[in-house]
Design a protein around this ligand. Structure first.
Ligand SMILES: Nc1nc2c(c(=O)[nH]1)N=C(CO)CN2
Length: 169
């Protein structure tokens, strides 16, 4: 199973709001070569982490993908590059760390692969701490166990600060 977190807190240059950008990005993930979108979480409105007074809330969600039949497992670096290409397509610029962004796609888990370098670090090094990642992850993969920590998503979510995370709609 491949888990990709989606996040946005700025309208795109095409005028799409953050939610519309995330929905369009999910469709773009389904079009990645060799992969197919199997489940999409609910969408969440989440307060920025770290707190950023005045910054707009994020829209966050999670996509679960699987290999298309006969497709070779993706190379982590190639998949990261493909995600960055989608971010760029939706107007992402990178002025500074934690800058508001039109779209952020984070590779959370790639079939349980563990690696420390080079990028992408797997599983994502901060995923287990962030309720805005864990809540939508629990929607699409309720039985997920963190490959390094051997903790369930339910346990990790219970330990995370869930204030500021609410289901949209
Ligand atoms: N709530 C929330 N906060 C963030 C997010 C995000 O997606 N949601 N992404 C960040 C950069 O990766 C920094 N902070």
């Amino acid at each position: 199973m491949i888990l990709i977190a989606l996040g946005a807190n700025l309208p795109g240059p095409d005028g799409r709001d953050a939610l519309a950008t995330c929905r369009a990005a999910a469709a773009a993930l389904d079009a990645l070569p060799g992969l197919r979108l199997r489940a999409l979480s609910r969408w969440y409105a989440t307060a920025p982490v770290p707190p950023s007074p005045g910054a707009p809330d994020y829209v966050n969600g999670m996509a679960r993908l699987a290999l298309r039949p006969g497709a070779a497992p993706p190379d982590p670096a190639a998949l990261l590059a493909a995600l960055q290409e989608i971010e760029t397509r939706f107007g992402r610029v990178r002025p500074y760390l934690h800058a508001p962004r039109t779209l952020d796609l984070d590779l959370i888990d790639l079939d349980g692969v563990m690696r420390d370098a080079p990028d992408p670090i797997l599983p994502h090094p901060r995923a287990h701490l962030r309720a805005f990642v864990l809540a939508p992850l629990a929607d699409v993969a309720p039985g997920w166990v963190h490959p390094r920590l051997s903790a369930t998503v339910a346990d990790l979510l219970a330990q995370a600060d869930q204030a500021g995370v609410r289901v949209l709609g």
